[in-house]
Design a protein around this ligand. Structure first.
Ligand code: ADP
Ligand code: MG
Length: 702
């Protein structure tokens, strides 16, 4: 039960004066909620910037184009003429240095008369313009009398808005919400408060919404930071509580005797690298522990993560349980099953695939077998998390390229079993702060060596002016029987605005086809799954030698015989993406070449990226450089939206706070895991406030 103390904050916004059904709809949209937002949602909607209204010149000295606050006396009104409602309603006002016109379009006369009574003094704030030689303010942002003016700081917060929502109505709603803020207990330890110099939460909320200084709303300032810390602490504490409580019932172990694993390893056409062996051993150990596994397996493209995942699934199957592997794309899921199936079948393990493509009877039968426990290892896409996918005994969830999934999708999958062990596969080393944000403390295995026999890749950058030479070279390679990828950024121009000059995969396919005939194939994201598979299979079987592709081949696609890759508009790709793409070659025994075609002129960022990618094939180094060049949010492609699931904390600004919140959560778990006493009560409030209360029932009785 939510502490009653918090009830006022969870009242609907419609309980505020001036917030009716229309506002409700706009607020839902703005605050991204499917139901009526609560006051807490408003209060956690922080300003993006401020307007400084403290400049208070005389009319004569006011600078056109700037925001000014004028102290004026209202002289007279000139309402719109009755037959021309498009003409504005004008209010003439003045001070002792000159006159100003306040202009209102489509205004209700009553409203303007009340706002600016003739003969009275008003403070009027807005952007000053000169129209017909006269200073004017169109729709002043603020019009207040002397008494209200005395209460304003002159700095207005500017909020992210949505169409149709007036800044004033959001501001008034937030002001009311602040009025209803109850006295909240302090949940942060005195030590952290002191070290970080945090204000209390009421002061933090008040100062970001009613800034006194321009700097009050800066995300790295004390007020915003305090709120970010609260949000992060709630997240870390919830993760820690979940983790601590997810113990398996005594005697319930997720790993068997090793017989399937042995069969698989014996049947491998290669031997596992040292780091693969270490990862397999660490996972087996985790599966035997009474606390569930949460492990990240990081390894460069081609480092052999799939077989490690298979061995983990085998361990689980030995114990009579089931495993699932969720991949972000259909191509990847099919590739995983292609790698996995032959090895698994030889060991007597039942594997199956489920994507959006399995339908009707086939799907029904598969689901029935799954529920009966006849499938040991189910590989698939998002299709795995549909409601009707029911496991008999899911014990291990492997999530490939986790960053392409949301936290919720991962949880939906793991909730299909009890105390499910989680193994996350990533080809992009994930910055530690982000691992912490989403998983809390997580164990990490790294595959640092490449499987034996890998050849280095010769990477060169060339101006697109040399396209003809490149096509000639590709021709020679095709004659010699080599397999070539040709990567283009987009399928059609309409996919991105302003991409008119980008080479279009379809066009490039057509021009290369003119030259090389039916040796050329095309895959892109808008093709049907079956069609994509067919073309990929033709490529793998050498039926076509040149595969024109968009980034659908980016992750994981495995055709070891392919040794040449041309990337057009390479300047358009991010480092991680270039690295992923290039990882498609250099997988077999032959030396490989990657040609990066760029369009001139190159900007500084693109130059730096191409330099890094030419210099190294070490994914860990590339990830570090990527981080340095772009900031860590970008590594996961979440820069734009901040941290999914977080409203206030931002990875690029609050990285340090994430660590501190994690330390604080660990200390709480050590000292007061049942959240008892006054501090415990306060922490429960925190969990509810940030809606991490799903963790509360896990705290356990007294
Ligand atoms: P990724 O880490 O990118 O997912 P994969 O698991 O797809 O890599 O492995 C890439 C290729 O390397 C596959 O063809 C796989 O069979 C092969 N492979 C995996 N481990 C080894 C190894 N120890 N020695 C040789 N080849 C290996
Ligand atoms: Mg892979």
């Amino acid at each position: 039960m939510r502490p009653s103390l918090l009830n006022p904050l969870f009242a609907p916004v419609t309980s505020l004066a001036g917030v009716g059904p229309k506002q409700d709809k706009l607020f839902r949209y703005l605050l991204d909620r499917s139901e009526t937002p609560r006051l807490v949602d408003l209060l956690l909607h922080l300003p993006a910037s401020v307007i400084d209204r403290r400049t208070r010149p005389k009319i004569r000295d006011a600078v056109p184009g700037t925001v000014v606050t004028l102290e004026v006396t209202v002289d007279r009104h000139r309402p719109s003429p009755p037959r021309n409602s498009r003409a504005p309603y004008l209010v003439y006002a003045s001070d002792d240095t000159g006159a100003v016109v306040l202009t209102f379009f489509r205004a209700k006369p009553d409203y303007v008369e009340k706002l600016l009574p003739v003969g009275e003094k008003r403070y009027v704030s807005g952007t000053l313009q000169i129209y017909d030689g006269t200073p004017q303010i169109v729709h002043p942002d603020r019009v207040v009398d002397e008494a209200s003016f005395a209460t304003l700081s002159g700095i207005d917060p500017v909020y992210p808005l949505t169409g149709g929502l007036a800044p004033g109505s959001l501001r008034r709603a937030i002001a009311q919400a602040l009025q209803r803020l109850p006295q909240l207990p302090e949940w942060i330890s005195a030590e952290v408060i002191q070290r970080c110099k945090f204000p209390d939460i009421a002061e933090a909320l008040n100062r970001v919404h009613v800034p006194v200084e321009l700097t009050d709303i800066l995300p790295d300032g004390p007020f915003w930071s305090r709120l970010a810390f609260d949000e992060l602490l709630a997240g870390q504490l919830a993760l820690a509580l979940v983790r601590a409580q997810l113990r398996r019932p005594a005697g319930d172990r997720h790993a068997g005797d090793g017989r399937l694993r042995k069969k698989i390893i014996d049947a491998l056409p290669y031997s596992l690298t040292m780091s693969q062996q270490q990862a397999v051993a660490a996972i087996a150990e985790d599966l035997r522990q009474p606390v569930r596994m949460l492990r990240l397996l990081q390894g460069d493209v081609g480092s052999g993560k799939t077989v490690v995942a298979l061995l983990a699934a085998a361990a689980v199957a030995e114990a009579g349980k089931q495993a699932a592997l969720m991949a972000p794309t259909e191509i990847l899921a099919r590739q995983h099953i292609n790698t996995i199936a032959p090895l698994a079948v030889r060991a007597g393990m039942q594997v199956a695939i489920l994507t959006g493509r399995e339908k009707g009877k086939e799907r029904r039968e598969l689901l029935a077998r799954l529920e009966a426990g006849e499938i040991d290892f189910l590989v698939g896409t998002h299709a795995l998390i549909q409601d009707d996918v029911i496991f008999k005994a899911l014990a291990l969830a492997v999530v490939d390229e986790q960053h392409r999934f949301g936290v919720r999708e991962r949880l939906t999958l793991t909730n299909k079993g009890g105390a499910v062990d989680v193994l996350v596969l990533s080809a992009t080393p994930i910055p530690r702060t982000l691992v912490l944000t989403y998983f809390g403390d997580m164990d990490i295995s790294e595959l640092r060596e490449k499987p034996a026999g890998r050849q280095p890749i010769d990477t060169r950058a060339l101006s697109a002016n040399r396209l003809d030479e490149v096509v000639d070279a590709v021709g020679r390679a095709l004659k010699a029987g080599r397999l070539v990828y040709w990567i283009c950024p987009l399928v059609e121009e309409s996919e991105a605005e302003g991409a008119g000059h980008l080479t279009n995969a379809t066009q490039r396919f057509e021009s290369l086809q003119k030259r090389f005939g039916d040796k050329v194939g095309l895959v892109h994201g808008q093709m049907k799954g079956t069609e994509k598979d067919r073309v990929m299979a033709q490529f793998a079987a050498h039926e076509i030698g040149l595969l024109v592709a968009t980034t659908v081949v980016e992750v994981g696609v495995d055709v070891p015989a392919a040794t040449i890759m041309v990337i057009e508009n390479a300047e358009r790709f991010g480092l991680a993406q270039l690295h992923q793409l290039r990882g498609r070659i250099g997988r077999g025994a032959e030396a490989s070449t990657c040609l990066l075609l760029y369009r001139e002129p190159l900007n500084e960022m693109s130059t730096a990226r191409l330099k890094v990618i030419r210099e190294t094939t070490d994914g860990f180094r590339i990830a570090e450089e990527d981080l340095r060049l772009r900031g860590e949010g970008d590594v996961l492609g979440i820069r734009q939206s901040g941290l999914p699931g977080y409203r206030i904390a931002r990875p690029e600004i609050h990285g340090q706070l994430i660590m501190q919140a994690r330390d604080e959560a660990l200390r709480i778990m050590k000292e007061n895991p049942k959240l008892k006493g006054e501090r415990g009560e306060a922490l429960r409030c925190l969990l509810y406030l940030f809606e991490r209360d799903e963790a509360v029932p896990l705290i356990g009785a007294g």
